[in-house]
Ligand binder design. Sequence first.
Ligand SMILES: O=C(CO)[C@@H](O)[C@H](O)[C@H](O)[C@H](O)COP(=O)(O)O
Ligand SMILES: O=C[C@H](O)COP(=O)(O)O
Length: 288
Amino acid sequence: NRHWVGPQVFTGSCAHTSQRSSGPRSRTAVTAAAESCLAQLASMTTLSIDTGDLTVIKEYAETGLITDATTNPLFVSQAGLSGDPVYVALLEDAIAYARKSSTKEDDFVELAMDKLAVNLGVAISKLVSGYISTEVDPRLSFNKEETLRRARRIIALYEEAGIPRSRVLIKLAATWEGIAAMKELESEGITCNMTLVFGFAQAVAAAQYGARLISPFPGRILDFHKKLSGKDIWEPEKDPGVVAVRRMYSYYKRYGYDTICMPASWRPSRGAGHDLDEIEAARATGNR
Ligand SMILES: O=C(CO)[C@@H](O)[C@H](O)[C@H](O)[C@H](O)COP(=O)(O)O
Ligand SMILES: O=C[C@H](O)COP(=O)(O)O
């Protein structure tokens, strides 16, 4: 499957963009129907594509509707394991870099993984004009000092490759330790995307400590409520993931936080075949 993730590959942030391209649109594999849905979403919000598949990113970036991109460890490992020569080259470069620069075996694997994530991010940075998110190894989510070391190293690798930190969001799990690390990184001009946000308290703490952006997961909140209640179908307005994101977004607006709220993990509230629910859901969060 050339498309590593399903058709739901977009996250919408709540900041209106000034970066959206106004350049000419070229039609590629993006269907007219998909482009029309995207245009509706893009009129409300900034869109960030949620995949590491460079072909897909290029196709959608060329519509002029997508300005940002977000990766995660799964996408990086899918690239590394794909066998496609484009990603094999990124992987070989990462391994060669780690061989040259590391000493201990552990350091070698970690450095190669960070360099691979950055190589993928650098390739993406040539396709989109806005932010690219690169995640710190989530196994460090409860270790503030290691999180800081790896986040700073990811930024150093980007800068070595000629990509300024202003283009990068360091993605960290919104645990207490992740939020404490984020506070230090933000003070160094390293902007952060606090991910794995499932609850209001995480969203509030991330904003109070100065996060540039949060990624709540309405889809997984919905999964949880479906399992808990046995109820499978929700109206977009009442979808518990939508309700949770609306509350976070409203809090930011009410108290003047400029932290961007970028929900990821959207699902059609009414289930398969109701893809437009995602547009309804974005509207229902107050995301305009
Ligand atoms: O957190 C962000 C965006 O910052 C995403 O990349 C996020 O990792 C992905 O959307 C989720 O992992 C996808 O979640 P799901 O659809 O599997 O529930
Ligand atoms: O940023 C999000 C996480 O990396 C998601 O990880 P997961 O899909 O393995 O839960």
